[in-house]
Design a protein. Structure first.
Length: 286
């Protein structure tokens, strides 16, 4: 038997329950709203007004804002909106920025107006950029100007990219051959004699082709660490570009991607055949 002092059968009214759960519900709503606003204001598909584009282009502290604005400008350029010219001076500034993300996006965008001599000249500089991803975008954009000066870079996409050591030291870690890579993936660390460790990150998407400096190896500046093969999308874009800019001596390299034993997708194999045929047909007419 329960003592008279014990409580049992306590009924809590709906109003009391609502008051108790109110703060938790409010926090949940605020969390959902915060997540949505964070996504909404960083989503590149969100349309921007002219004033927002100008504001975002000037926001060097937030690279995603600048990229968002550039992509919005590109969409308008593709639609023939002449009002985008108001931002051309800023685009040219970004094409010379020390920030890689700005240069690579600007390089791609400038191909959308193949009547702009300023863009053309800027792209001719960017095909000598220190970052391979910027050079690749510039080479592809130049094709829209009917300019084949980016051809060496298109050919480079089809060959392993060699990554060299920037300093002297010992390799203390690496990924395995065949490992898939995103741009920025850490590939290795080099420990110098004074104990400092520098991370080596991938400048390109793709996969590790060959590791040339294994764990424990001592390297000097310029020594090759590994080679990287390009990702499929880059290879496909390069093949399409070479269909327009390739020369007879390029056909052999292109046809290597068309062989039945080539370790590529059917999409790449088919494009390689089309590109090789286009190169030979075009150069036979000369």
């Amino acid at each position: 038997m329960m003592e008279n002092g014990n409580k049992k059968g306590i009924t809590v009214s709906p109003t009391a329950r609502m008051r108790a759960s109110g703060p938790i519900l409010l926090l949940a709503i605020l969390f959902v709203v915060a997540v949505f606003l964070s996504w909404y204001f960083t989503w590149f598909g969100r349309g921007l007004s002219d004033s927002e584009i100008s504001q975002y282009l000037a926001d060097d502290r937030h690279p995603r804002h600048v990229q968002h604005a550039l992509l919005q400008i590109q969409e308008r350029m593709e639609k023939g909106n002449g009002a985008v010219r108001q931002w051309y001076p800023r685009i040219l500034e970004l094409a010379a920025s020390p920030e890689t993300e700005f240069r690579l996006t600007a390089a791609w965008l400038m191909g959308s107006d193949n009547h702009s001599n300023e863009f053309h000249q800027a792209l001719l500089k960017l095909i000598h950029d220190p970052e391979p991803v910027v050079r690749r975008n510039a080479a592809l954009a130049l094709l829209r100007f009917q300019d084949s000066n980016g051809r060496p870079e298109l050919l480079a996409i089809l060959q392993p990219y060699s990554l060299s050591a920037p300093l002297q030291g010992m390799v203390v870690s690496t990924l395995r051959e065949g490992s898939p890579l995103a741009r920025g993936t850490m590939l290795a660390r080099i420990k110098s004699a004074d104990g400092n460790v520098q991370e080596i990150r991938s400048p390109l998407p793709g996969k590790i082709d060959k590791i040339l400096a294994t764990n424990g190896a001592n390297v000097s500046p310029g020594d090759r660490l590994l080679t990287i093969t390009s990702d499929e999308e880059s290879v496909w874009e390069a093949l399409r570009g070479l269909a327009l800019a390739g020369q007879t001596e390029d056909a052999g390299l292109v046809e290597g991607y068309a062989r039945p034993d080539a370790n590529v997708s059917e999409k790449i194999r088919a494009q390689a055949k089309l590109t090789a045929n286009a190169i030979r047909a075009r150069n036979e007419k000369k």
